[in-house]
Design a protein around this ligand. Structure first.
Ligand code: NDP
Ligand code: MG
Length: 402
């Protein structure tokens, strides 16, 4: 079959070996007549990337790791793979691609995502840093290129679905739900002593390590607030977070007439990924391995509570950084990017993360309306600042390719 007679949606998966990437491939596997994989990209999990390449036969495979052992493994298992961030861009801009699933963790995906938009690709966006750090640039680029940014994150997918057919002026507020993470009920004292294992034990979602720790501190929810601000053009005063431990209601929109729309499903990322790929169609899952209908009697009851900002100061800091704008969100992202690994390596307590974010934000002189270089420089400065304050070697050279 040639490209021209293949009506399936051609997709690139940036971060195909990660949690979102693997679930995206589950969706492709479930709907082989609707989607086809044109390109796959990851960092260094070559064994899995090679397995995925065998199964999906993409036209481009790319990886970025500079580790010599990884490169030797790639030379053996994926001899035609592209290497480096240019490989990610080639994957994201291939002519046969309609939609790029941006699901790398961290900052690496920002440039390839902007390149994909300039090449007219639809973006199915999972990566949070992209909008949080550079929302003003990304949304302007999307408008200029006339491309859509479709949310993959469950909360933003829910908001998007609730906003279909509605007028922005008639929205009173967006209510983003938060499971509360593994420490929802923990006291501040208990939070101070929480182990890495406890913080990684998320009650409702299976995710990568960084986002799981961000869910324990509610940094993740804060990043989602900033993303919602950009995606739906809402002021921060109209975006609220409500704790909902069961993760069945994925978010809600309240309108000026007091009506509230909410979107519900059992917690699974397959659904928002599938919807971002199939939109505006809904594909029936009845005969697929993904079928996972919700039974209300089995759910029984739904609970909601207010967020305790005193125990979750990271959420307040994210609101503050978002409201301040400019380079402040990039500094929040950079500081968190280094603080989380320090916690995972046992160098700091979980509760130190908020103190680090607050401290680094306070040391930063915000630049308004920054260009991409300035955004990346602010983020990089924040990363180095965290490492320097904790006596760790700084690693700017590793980020020079961003
Ligand atoms: P994972 O850590 O599970 O996966 C990250 C993926 O990105 C892997 O494929 C990894 O490759 C790849 N990657 C990381 N760094 C690089 C790099 N320098 N170059 C190329 N590829 C790279 O993360 P998740 O899947 O959990 O999350 C991905 C993004 O989606 C994050 O930004 C997260 O916040 C967001 N998100 C995740 C959700 C979830 O449920 N997991 C929900 C909503 C948003 P390798 O395996 O080879 O290292
Ligand atoms: Mg989410």
């Amino acid at each position: 079959m040639t490209d021209t007679d293949d009506s399936r949606l051609g997709i690139t998966v940036l971060g195909s070996t990660g949690s979102i990437g693997r679930q995206t491939l589950d969706v492709v596997r479930a709907f082989p007549n609707h989607f086809r994989v044109v390109a796959l990209a990851a960092r260094g999990n070559i064994a899995l990337l090679a397995e995925q390449a065998r199964e999906f036969a993409p036209e481009i495979v790319a990886y970025t790791s500079d580790d010599p052992t990884t490169q030797a493994q790639a030379a053996e298992l994926l001899p035609n793979a592209l290497h480096g961030v240019d490989g990610l861009t080639a994957a994201a801009t291939h002519p046969a691609v309609k939609t790029v699933v941006a699901a790398t963790s961290g900052l690496i995906g920002l440039r390839p995502t902007l390149d994909a938009m300039r090449a007219g690709k639809t973006i199915a966006l999972a990566n949070k840093e992209t909008l949080v750090m550079a929302g003003h640039l990304v949304m302007a680029e999307a408008r200029a290129a006339g491309v859509a940014i479709l949310p993959v994150d469950s909360e933003h997918s829910a908001l998007w679905q609730c906003l279909h057919g509605e007028r922005t002026a008639e929205v009173r507020r967006l209510l983003i739900t938060a499971s509360g993470g593994p420490l929802r009920r923990a006291t501040l004292e208990e939070m101070r002593d929480v182990t890495v294992e406890q913080a990684l034990a998320h009650p409702t979602w299976q995710m990568g390590q960084k986002i799981t720790i961000d869910s324990a501190t509610l940094v993740n929810k804060g990043l989602e607030v900033v993303e919602a601000h950009w995606l739906y053009d809402m002021p921060y005063d109209k975006i609220e977070v409500v704790v909902h431990p069961q993760s069945i209601i994925h978010s809600m929109v309240e309108f000026v007439d007091d009506s509230i729309k909410m979107q519900a499903s059992l917690p699974s990322m397959h659904l928002p990924i599938q919807y971002a790929l199939s939109y505006p169609t809904r594909l029936s899952r009845e005969a697929t391995a993904l079928s996972h209908p919700l039974s209300w009697p089995a759910v029984g009851h739904l609970d909601f509570e207010a967020v305790d900002m005193a125990r979750f100061p990271c959420l307040r800091l994210a609101y503050e950084a978002g409201r301040r704008g400019g380079t402040a969100p990039a500094v929040l992202v950079g500081a968190d990017e280094q603080a989380v690994p320090l916690f995972l390596r046992g160098k700091i307590r979980l509760t130190d993360i908020a103190a680090i974010l607050e401290d680094v934000l306070a040391r930063h002189t915000v630049v308004d309306d920054p260009d991409l270089e300035t955004v990346l420089a602010a983020c990089s400065w924040a990363q180095d600042e965290v490492l320097r304050l904790h006596g760790e070697p700084t690693a700017s050279h590793e980020r020079s390719s961003l």
